[in-house]
Design a protein around this ligand. Structure first.
Ligand SMILES: Cc1cc2nc3c(=O)[nH]c(=O)nc-3n(C[C@H](O)[C@H](O)[C@H](O)COP(=O)(O)O)c2cc1C
Length: 347
């Protein structure tokens, strides 16, 4: 069924198709129609950052930036849903067009630039949630906030979303906000993580509720830099890490239609690289800090690859656009089988 719908959606401009799909999912949920679309998903509970997921397949950030359709998306059977990236103030993002399908490579290039309606709008959306599953809220900085002041933006967003989030993600890895990725290195990283941890502890004390914080990183890093990030995650007691965001390496799609667009590349061409980063992190973190693996998951096998590399859970974005809700079922089922196999090997 999704292949017919996909044909119709792919005939439209990608951003228009995106808005139409989110509106349709939102409307279907409000009308109580999600049970007609949802397929049974393997019940495979997983512990992640102190939270219990019904299955380890989540929706990655960026698809529902303003939390407009998360009730419906959650009802499709995702084990967790991440909304955002949201910034303190609303911002329009980059000029259109800024979203491109690279169909020949099962990929997307985007340079959205954190278009979002701001954190106050998002809070209004999540305040009265019907989705009972695990909700992550992904936060970032406004495009015009200097990198030296970035921590203020992250902390302000944390303060506002804290009571509504099951976990918070600090996104330091989108390639479309100038200077953002600098926050992944050296003193900038330490300063940011220090500020985030202090804010988290302050909010936990005030509210008597501990909300875990994850950091989302890029795939375009040397192994030294990945090792340094792992060290910083330990030093600042960060609860989890999401690997990875989109890549700026577009050599694999250069020459294909839309393959030379500016922006971050996601989907199949990112699959192997993001799995490598998961494996590098896994070695350095030694299971003490959980990893959420994301990048190029298109089927059960590619989802299992992330788990074998050391991820506790996975997220999907581009694969979900190309394959539809069937991907959730397939990935969850394959991971459940793999986890059972790993368990029985331990015995
Ligand atoms: C159109 C688009 C917008 C995205 N926006 C965000 C975002 O706002 N915040 C974020 O952390 N990641 C964002 N991402 C990255 C995805 O969450 C994910 O990390 C990346 O696409 C790799 O996964 P995939 O290959 O399954 O798509 C975006 C990805 C796409 C394709």
């Amino acid at each position: 069924m999704y292949s017919t719908l996909r044909k119709a959606l792919f005939a439209l401009d990608p951003e228009r198709a995106h808005h139409l799909s989110l509106d349709a999912i939102g409307a279907a949920e409000r009308l109580g129609m999600m049970s007609l679309i949802k397929r049974p998903i393997a019940h495979d509970p997983v512990e992640l950052m102190g939270l219990t997921l019904p299955n380890p397949v989540g929706l990655a950030a960026g698809l529902d930036k303003n939390a407009q359709a998360f009730n419906g998306l959650g009802a499709l059977g995702f084990g967790f849903v991440e909304v955002g990236t949201v910034t303190p103030r609303p911002q329009p993002g980059n000029p259109l067009p800024r979203l491109f399908r690279v169909e020949e490579a099962d990929a997307i290039i985007n340079r959205m630039g954190f278009n979002n309606l701001g954190v106050d709008y998002l809070i209004q959306r999540v305040k009265h949630r019907r989705y009972k599953g695990v909700l992550g809220i992904n936060v970032g900085k406004n495009f015009d906030t200097p990198v030296e002041k970035a921590a203020d933006d992250y902390c302000l967003c944390m303060e506002k979303v804290y009571r509504y989030a099951d976990y918070i993600t600090a996104n330091v890895s989108s390639p479309n906000t100038k200077g953002l990725r600098d926050l992944q290195f050296g003193d900038s990283l330490n300063r940011l993580l220090g500020n985030i941890k202090d804010k988290q502890m302050e909010l936990a004390q005030k509210s008597d509720r501990y909300v875990p914080v994850a950091v989302k990183i890029a795939p375009d890093m040397e192994s030294d830099a990945v090792a340094q990030i792992a060290e910083a995650l330990f030093e600042y007691s960060i609860d989890g890490v999401i690997a990875t965001n989109t890549t700026i390496d577009k050599s694999s799609v250069s020459g294909l239609p839309h393959g030379n667009e500016e922006g971050g590349l996601s989907g199949k061409p990112l699959q192997e690289r993001s799995t490598q980063v998961v494996a590098q992190l896994s070695k350095a973190l030694d299971k003490q800090i959980p990893i959420i693996g994301v990048g190029g998951i298109f089927d059960g096998d590619s989802a299992v690859d992330k788990i074998r590399a050391g991820a506790t859970a996975v997220q999907v974005y581009t694969g979900f656009i190309y394959r539809g809700p069937e991907l959730i079922r397939e990935a969850a089922e394959s991971i459940a089988l793999e986890r059972r196999r790993m368990e029985s090997n331990k015995k």
